[in-house]
Design a protein around this ligand. Structure first.
Ligand SMILES: [Zn+2]
Length: 376
């Protein structure tokens, strides 16, 4: 294993943070996977899964069972876990800018096109290796004036030339679910089976460029732009399978779960040819994928005590009572119903909330939303 440190831009004299990446297995076989934990820094389950992966990957490497490079970023957001306000961690938003750590990853299409267009006009083939070289160069040239920008550039640089990118997150309280690009479903289906995913949310443009889309969607977008510029069809494969894995809720942190999740991720890498010993048979699929635009959030119409009437993972019909908000001042209890037929996959972890809080999400089959599809 090779350990690499990536210094971030120092926000002020006398302080400096760094990103750590652990590189297992042979480099240059053409296969590379990146697994990163807790880009939203206070989503802790991923940190424990990464801890289990560390020893598992070291064991595989010692046995010579790795067929490609597996990069583990055991703690993807050293800025986030250093942010504390009144004894609470703030790991989702950068306090300096207010920006979400999992948004605004760079669009590498324009710069990569500038690099590739002359080569393709001169007759070169649009090979995966050539495109990856352009993506690496475009990424290295990104400006990074702030610590946050340098974190985003470093993370993207580690993952932009990978075949598989697994970004480990968690929700407030939730069943295990995945976010990925619609076009990648066939590649993600085995992962959904292995992890026992209860919901898979698909979109090709979720809005504000989250990390997984920056890695995967750059391929079809680049093909489209090169086709436009060259005036002839340029086809590129979906060379990067990227997925956001929501490891249940923030309190689902225990060794048995984390070890099983780490094992499922290793099995998926084996399925994709990065590790010896691919599983002969995959578990049953626990859900059908649904559009992210069909996931309907429920917001609290007033503040109060939150009482859930159904358990997470329940399959709901539209109009079924789901949650009650009790106002202790006037004694009014408002019952909110499921807005759609679908799976109740995530909910708020606090039990007293102010008005306007997003308190639950139900994954329906019909795409009914548009614009920015992710939570803030
Ligand atoms: Zn997250």
């Amino acid at each position: 294993m090779i350990e690499r440190k990536h210094p971030l831009v120092s926000p002020s004299p006398g302080t400096r943070r760094e990103l750590l990446s652990l590189h297992y297995g042979p480099v240059g076989t053409g296969l590379k996977a990146v697994i990163q934990a807790s880009l939203h820094a206070d989503e802790v389950p991923g940190l424990l899964v990464a801890h289990h992966l560390r020893s598992r990957l070291a064991g595989l490497e010692a046995r010579g069972a790795l067929r490609g490079e597996v990069v583990l970023v055991p703690f993807a957001n050293p800025i986030g876990l250093s942010q504390r306000v009144l004894q609470a961690y703030e790991g989702r938003f950068d306090l300096a800018s207010g920006e979400n750590f999992n948004r605004h990853y760079a669009d590498l299409v324009p710069r990569s096109c500038e690099l590739l267009e002359p080569q393709l006009r001169a007759g070169a083939e649009a090979s995966v290796a050539r495109v990856r070289a352009a993506l690496r160069e475009a990424c290295a040239a990104l400006p990074a004036a702030t610590e946050l920008e340098s974190l985003r550039r470093s993370l993207l640089a580690l993952a932009i030339d990978a075949d598989v990118v697994l970004d480990l997150h968690s929700d407030n309280e939730a069943v295990l679910h995945l976010y990925t690009a619609t076009q990648l479903w066939a590649d993600i289906e085995p992962l959904a089976r292995l992890m026992g995913s209860r919901t898979v949310l698909m979109a090709d443009r979720s809005g504000d460029e989250p990390f997984d889309e920056a890695c995967s969607m750059v391929w079809p977008r680049l093909a489209e732009e090169l086709t436009k510029r060259l005036g002839r069809p340029v086809t590129l494969p979906h060379a990067c399978v990227a997925v956001t894995v929501e490891l249940r809720g923030e309190h689902d942190v225990d060794h048995a779960l984390a070890a099983a999740d780490a094992e499922a991720l290793v099995q998926y890498l084996a399925w994709r040819g990065l590790v010896d010993g691919a599983p002969e048979r995959l578990p049953e699929l626990a859900c059908e994928p649904t559009p992210l635009a069909g996931s309907i959030p429920i917001d609290a119409p007033h503040g109060g005590v939150l009482v859930f009437l159904r358990e997470l993972g329940a399959t709901l019909c539209r109009g079924e009572p789901l949650v009650e908000i009790v106002n202790p001042m006037d004694g009014v209890a408002t019952v909110l119903a499921s807005p759609t037929d679908g799976v109740f996959y995530a909910r708020e972890s606090r039990r007293f909330v102010p008005a306007g809080t997003r308190i639950a999400k139900v994954a329906g089959r019909e795409a009914v939303r548009s614009g920015k599809l992710l939570s803030d």
